[in-house]
Design a protein around this ligand. Structure first.
Ligand SMILES: Nc1ncnc2c1ncn2[C@@H]1O[C@H](COP(=O)(O)OP(=O)(O)OP(=O)(O)O)[C@@H](O)[C@H]1O
Ligand SMILES: Cc1ncc(CO)c(N)n1
Length: 275
């Protein structure tokens, strides 16, 4: 088993437009040289203009996908994305607890960039109470961190406070992504054990093509963990991967386009220790 190629699973929703969700995750896994598998929890009819429709996969079929993968593959890391509603969050939690899937990266996806809900509001509490305690790392963007902590986050001090309060729920590592802020740099806050923390920054790129950035970032972390990299190494590589994927953009569709999953890692990132 130890000689096998690193295998990783995304437990998330399908984006028919190919730029976000399971499709972005699988492209990222491929680019990072790990074998990607998937458990579909929901489907969206989506393109670069937005989400037109969405529907859940039957919970019993989510169970079946977990069972199929767990009996055959040696999954070394997992990530979650769009989980639709309370019942699906609970189904994923129950199955993950029974599985041997390795560390779990939770990207608490709530709303698509165009405003379409990808998670019913009541499920936020289930994510907090049931899913986060199973996670090795949680990667909310700013609005998701606000929803999870029921607080407004406007300053660096408030970002740190929110990360600490998320860690208290029972997750080792927290990354609050700053893609939605307006600073010149796109800066993410990374909190690890023992209050060790650092800021990951890169030049903010002026582009409409940022569809699926969060999914790409979190799936890259899962890919690196599956290879046995440390959490810190995985977070730095993920920042460099998403920066490269936005920098070396592609032109697809008529709205918020996807990123380039076959781009090179960017060197334009900085890591600054938080004192
Ligand atoms: N314009 C940009 N230029 C550079 N980096 C960016 C830009 N927008 C986002 N990022 C980076 O991309 C990563 C994902 O952050 P973001 O806050 O966009 O996630 P998200 O809202 O969950 O994304 P999505 O919902 O589209 O998947 C972070 O590392 C963030 O700093
Ligand atoms: C299916 C799906 N998952 C996640 C996101 C968020 O990027 C999206 N737009 N669609």
């Amino acid at each position: 088993m130890e000689n096998q190629t690193p295998q990783v699973v995304t437990i998330a929703g399908s984006d028919s437009g190919g730029g976000a969700g399971v499709q972005a995750d699988l492209k990222t896994f491929q680019a990072r040289n790990v074998f990607g598998t998937s458990i579909l929890v929901a489907l969206t009819a989506q393109n670069t203009r937005g989400v037109q429709e969405s529907c859940p996969v039957a919970c019993s079929f989510v169970d079946a996908q977990f069972a199929s993968l767990d009996v055959d593959f040696h999954i070394r890391a997992a990530k979650t994305g769009m989980l639709f509603d309370q019942e699906h969050v609970q189904t994923v939690v129950n199955n993950y607890k029974k599985s041997s899937f390795g560390p779990l990266v939770v990207d608490p996806v709530m709303i698509a960039k165009g405003g379409h809900p990808l998670l019913q509001k009541e499920a936020v509490q289930t994510i907090k109470e049931e899913l986060i305690p199973q996670a090795y790392v949680i990667t909310p963007n700013l609005p998701e961190a606000e929803a999870l902590t029921k607080s407004k986050i406007k300053s660096k001090k408030e970002i740190k406070k929110a990360a600490l309060s998320l860690q208290k729920i029972g997750v080792k590592n927290v990354i609050i992504k700053g893609g939605h802020a307006e600073d010149e740099e796109a800066t993410d806050f990374v909190l690890m054990e023992n209050e060790t923390a650092f800021w990951l920054s890169a030049p903010r790129l002026q582009t409409n093509n940022t569809h699926g950035t969060g999914d790409t970032f979190s799936s890259c972390i899962a890919a690196e963990l599956a290879k046995g990299k440390s959490f810190k190494e995985a977070a730095i590589t993920a920042k460099s991967f998403i920066q490269g994927a936005i920098e070396d953009g592609i032109s697809v569709g008529h709205g918020h386009g996807p990123t380039n999953h076959w781009a090179k890692l960017s060197e334009k990132i900085t890591v600054k220790k938080e004192k």
